[in-house]
Design a binder for this molecule. Structure first.
Ligand SMILES: Cc1cc2nc3c(=O)[nH]c(=O)nc-3n(C[C@H](O)[C@H](O)[C@H](O)COP(=O)(O)O)c2cc1C
Length: 254
């Protein structure tokens, strides 16, 4: 199975066996990202794995799993989106080798910083004690037409990119993204948070947007679409239905 195929089959896994994950795989996770797509290599990141027996991970809505992967990042422009984009590629990769995952948005570690890097997210993982997969019809997501704004008929390539983005997981399944589609672009927007905890919520929404972005980039790679991700100054100040601009996918010659 490929990461692309995993997009249409994965689900959060909340029950795990105690089976050990092979040392080679744990090492792979700790070095994950070298061949990830869309990730900013200039942003310093670090992975750290905690075992349940370390009793280091705590917090709300926690799923009991044998392992947790914590992703730390340098504070830099777009680092929340970068982290979401990277972690989702790990999620899909682990799925292809039979390992289940579940994001732990409410989880905390005793020390949240690591070598000056900020804790971005914790991912529970391990071998599943429940189905690892589901069929496409079992995804509970908003319809595409509610997520997009298009002034032109949505093209074949855009449709191919948007469906995987629609299926992306998000915190509380909120799907805090919108897509503005033009002839050869898809602009990505995230929900504008309310005034309470504005920055924290915006950071979360941007992390979620990074997840959706990774699905589109993996799809582009799968289908050999010529695609560039960019932030366009001309759109920076625009808001769409209470959503803020996050970035744009520019399609090459189609
Ligand atoms: C950023 C983020 C944080 C999440 N936090 C939690 C969590 O704390 N506990 C939990 O059980 N699930 C958590 N989830 C899983 C979501 O509830 C789940 O992805 C969503 O409901 C869609 O379901 P699916 O992953 O099965 O497709 C989180 C997901 C994301 C993307």
């Amino acid at each position: 199975m490929t990461k692309y195929e995993a997009i249409f089959r994965r689900k959060s896994v909340r029950k795990y066996t105690n089976e050990k994950v092979e040392e080679g795989i744990l090492q792979e996770i700790q070095g994950f990202g070298r061949d990830a797509v869309g990730v900013r290599p200039d942003i310093r990141i670090k992975w750290k794995i905690y075992q349940a027996s370390d009793h280091k991970v705590r917090g709300l809505f926690q799923v009991k799993a044998p392992y947790y992967a914590a992703l730390y990042s340098e504070d830099s422009e777009d680092y929340h989106m970068n982290a979401g984009c990277l972690m989702q590629q790990l999620v899909l990769h682990l799925h292809t080798i039979g390992i289940g995952t579940c994001y732990q948005g409410g989880a905390r570690l005793k020390e949240d910083a690591e070598e000056g890097l900020e804790l971005m997210m914790i991912l529970a993982f391990g071998y599943p004690a429940e189905p690892l997969e589901r069929s496409r019809s079992d995804f509970k997501r908003m319809e595409l037409k509610k997520l997009i704004k298009a002034n032109v008929p949505v093209g074949r390539i855009q449709k191919k990119l948007l469906e995987p983005a629609r299926l992306a997981p998000s915190a509380l399944n909120q799907q805090p993204w919108r897509f503005v589609v033009t002839e050869n672009r898809i602009h990505l927007f995230v929900r504008r948070p309310g005034p309470v905890g504005y920055q924290k919520q915006l950071n979360k929404n941007l992390f979620n947007a990074g997840i959706a972005l990774s699905h589109m980039l993996i799809t582009a790679e799968e289908h050999w679409f010529d695609l560039n991700y960019q932030k366009l100054d001309s759109i920076m100040e625009k808001a769409v239905q209470n959503h803020l601009y996050a970035g744009s996918l520019i399609l090459g010659r189609i």
